[in-house]
Design a protein around this ligand. Structure first.
Ligand SMILES: Nc1ncnc2c1ncn2[C@@H]1O[C@H](COP(=O)(O)OP(=O)(O)OP(=O)(O)O)[C@@H](O)[C@H]1O
Ligand SMILES: [Mg+2]
Length: 317
């Protein structure tokens, strides 16, 4: 009993101290304060386990969000976790990649109804889901998703309802999957606000380029100011995932060093994504997994390591 009381008080004191530090940082309006708050919510929430909605994010374009989403989903499915990929980016890169992958089976696929049509007509999102392989499904997007921001903004809804529209729609399928990944465009919009409000966790993509580091920082700032402070979003950062541009080059190492000092070593994934020609090839061929092919094997092993770390970070058995 005395132990429980002691433990409780101790964690209370830690919480108060954390809030105090955040406040001091916050009043200085420093970018670091924003990150401090976002990255330290983890310890107080204990939001762990399955049925999680996750997005790979960075404000900068071309940081590997879509490729990583597709391959993490692929590996998680291979590890036995039921996974759904939802393409929320009107560019439809994830949809194209997964449809190419599925087409290797010579199956004809039509996207009907589109995600946008399902959302605006209040239809069950299940109606748009396509099976890709065992444990892996896709909810594809079409270019009409470009209209979503404008459409939702015109509805007679409160500001909070406007940013939680997608979250509400996903509510009916969340329990059906261990992991749901939402792929986003690099532009900040009401559509992306909807995506981040729907997420339990974010993986911040950090390509080892100075601009990507700045993109990660300004994205965290945006998250804190516009979604956490304004709408009480419960989204949290699962980790910063480095994507090496060259692999052990001077610039890779220097950006990684800066990232460690900005975010703290524990907040960076231990497993990193290296630059692999095979990932680019997947854009043309769809994802291939020929167990006799050395490049396929090497590529999948990199993403499998990250998928296993993700599962560990979430405390999933
Ligand atoms: N590990 C990798 N090795 C080599 N090339 C990669 C890797 N990851 C992604 N790429 C390539 O980098 C390019 C951009 O990747 P991707 O489309 O995943 O980025 P993105 O962040 O989703 O872009 P956008 O912001 O436009 O949505 C693609 O051509 C992709 O094939
Ligand atoms: Mg993309």
């Amino acid at each position: 009993m005395w132990y429980t009381v002691y433990k409780y008080n101790f964690s209370f004191i830690i919480k108060v101290l954390r809030k105090l530090v955040s406040f001091v940082y916050f009043t200085q309006c420093s970018v670091y304060s924003m990150m401090y708050i976002v990255l330290n919510m983890k310890s107080t929430k204990m939001k762990r386990g399955k049925n999680m909605i996750i997005s790979c994010a960075n404000e900068k374009g071309g940081t590997g969000k879509t490729s990583t989403t597709a391959l993490l989903g692929w590996e998680l499915a291979s590890l036995g976790h039921s996974t759904l990929l939802v393409d929320c980016d009107p560019q439809s890169n994830l949809t194209d990649l997964m449809i190419k992958t599925k087409s290797q089976e010579n199956t004809e696929i039509t996207i009907d109804p589109s995600l946008f049509a399902l959302l605006i007509n209040h239809r069950d999102l299940k109606e748009g889901i396509i099976r890709i392989k065992d444990n892996l499904s896709l909810l594809p997007v079409a270019s009409d998703m470009n209209l979503f921001s404008r459409w939702v903004d015109k509805q007679e809804l409160t500001e909070k309802e406007k940013v939680t529209y997608l979250k509400e729609a996903l509510g009916s399928i969340k329990k059906d999957y261990d992991f749901i990944f939402l792929d986003v465009s690099p532009t900040m919009s009401l559509t992306n606000d909807n995506v981040f409000m729907a997420c339990d966790w974010l993986i911040i993509m950090l390509q080892t380029q100075q601009r990507s580091l700045l993109g990660a920082k300004s994205f965290l700032e945006y998250l804190q100011t516009n979604l956490i402070n304004m709408f009480d979003s419960k989204v949290d950062v699962l980790g910063i995932l480095p994507v090496l541009t060259k692999g052990q080059s001077k610039i890779d190492n220097s950006v990684l060093k800066s990232a460690i000092s900005e975010f703290g070593e524990n907040n960076l994934f231990t497993n990193v994504i290296t630059a692999m020609e095979r990932v680019k090839r997947f854009d043309l061929t769809g994802i291939t997994e020929d167990h006799k092919n050395v490049w396929d094997k090497a590529t999948h092993s990199v993403y499998t390591a990250v998928a296993k770390e993700l599962v560990n970070r979430l405390g999933v058995k």
